[in-house]
Ligand binder design. Structure first.
Ligand code: FES
Ligand SMILES: [Fe+2]
Length: 390
């Protein structure tokens, strides 16, 4: 349980809010790059409480600009793209990806009006079929080259879920809450055999990228080794995970981004990568994107419950638009999320004091591929020292 004021500090994401300022120090996912095509080069994006428009101009440059035109506020989502920017549909003002206003066609020749205009614009980068934006103070840090986005031998695809009606932190607390697995997901047919009579211990280890969550299952038979399953929460709003294709047995590595749309909405986007020497997925290329809906019922207020993700969505949304943590009752099994809140608060305070928060890659160096130490011995993904024997 935390005081209501602290709950506000940890959850609110708008400009000038403590957590909003922290989240602005990290590149945030805005879309799958394949969502911006020649036919549909403009996409409305609401991110951290800001209404924006992402576009790809005819030269292939990506931009993210304030939705409302600096002239008289018409939406740029209905504009058109040209070789060097986006033009408002109302009176034709044109902006480039830096927010410079480069044409005001209704003004007399020689007008300098456009030179005084600084339209909201944020840098955009593309990696692994995803587009990321940076909304924080300059200079922008380097975009981390997470393994799932940077690996090239295999198949990559993106899943984008319809927006959740809840605050981003509920999604992230779930990532350090391993005890829900049996109760929320244990009835799914493919998980049931694994869960019957199952017991395990949980550890949470602070690491350079966030929090490593580790489950250890005791030996099921005498002479067997305990089994480890570990994957990290990448601070502040991403989960790195692995699953297994039930038919082929292949490992599917994924990054689950929880993009804070605003205080009470979150968009989950998942980048997946299945290693395979015979396939090639360039890190700077597009990846197929699948849009997924999970609501049921006439009022779309019910949930499909036939997938792990949908079951999680039910839990996160029914905690409330912004869960009131002053009314909760935590137990010992909740120690992971207590650690996350502490870390979050420390990093919020660090940013407020003018510091650089954890896991930010300095602007002046290209991020190497960040290979994460993901282990799932149950599905044959071993610890480095046991991989040789696998
Ligand atoms: S409102 Fe956009 S050009 Fe006038
Ligand atoms: Fe879950």
């Amino acid at each position: 349980m935390i005081p209501r004021e602290d709950n506000e500090i940890l959850t609110r994401v708008g400009p000038g809010t403590p957590a909003g300022e922290l989240l602005r120090r990290y590149w945030q996912p805005i879309a799958a790059s394949a969502e911006l095509t020649e036919e549909t080069p403009i996409l409305k994006v609401r991110l951290l409480g800001e209404d924006l428009v992402a576009y790809r101009d005819l030269s292939g440059t990506y931009g993210l600009v304030g939705e409302q035109c600096s002239h008289r506020k018409a939406s740029l989502a209905f504009g058109r793209v040209e070789e060097d920017g986006i033009r408002c549909a109302y009176h034709g003002w044109k902006y480039d990806c830096t927010g410079a206003c480069i044409e005001t066609p209704a003004e007399p020749e020689g007008s300098t009006l456009k030179d005084s205009i600084h339209h909201t614009a944020y840098p955009v980068e593309k990696l692994g079929g995803m587009l990321f934006a940076y909304l924080g103070p300059a200079p922008a840090p380097a975009l981390p080259r997470w393994d799932v986005l940077a690996w090239e031998h295999g198949r990559r695809w993106i899943r984008k879920f319809e927006p959740l009606r809840c605050n981003w932190l509920q999604c992230m607390e779930n990532s350090v809450d391993p005890s829900h697995l049996y109760w929320l997901h244990g009835d799914l047919a493919h998980l049931k055999p694994m869960m019957d009579g199952y017991e395990e211990t949980h550890e949470f280890l602070e690491c350079e990228h966030g929090i490593m969550k580790r489950r250890t299952t005791p030996p099921q038979k005498p002479g067997e080794e305990p089994q480890v399953d570990q994957h990290p929460l990448l601070f502040p709003n991403t989960l790195r995970h692995v699953s297994q294709d039930r038919e082929t047995g292949r490992h599917r590595h994924n990054l689950q981004f929880r993009m804070p749309i605003d205080d009470t909405h979150t968009c989950v986007m998942v980048a997946n990568f299945e290693p395979n020497e015979n396939e090639h997925a360039p890190a700077d290329g597009d990846a197929t994107v699948e849009h997924i809906e999970f609501r049921t019922g006439e009022n779309r207020d019910g949930y499909r419950m036939d997938m792990v993700a949908f079951q999680d969505f039910m839990a996160w949304e029914t905690q409330g638009p912004i869960m009131d943590r002053s009314q909760e009752h935590l137990g010992l099994a909740d120690k992971g999320l207590v650690m996350l809140r502490r870390l979050l608060r420390e990093q919020i305070d660090l940013v407020a004091a003018g510091g650089t928060p954890m896991a930010v890659v300095a602007a002046d160096r290209q991020s190497p591929i960040i290979e994460l130490d993901v282990i799932n011995e149950r599905m044959g993904l071993m610890k480095p020292e046991r991989r040789g024997a696998a």
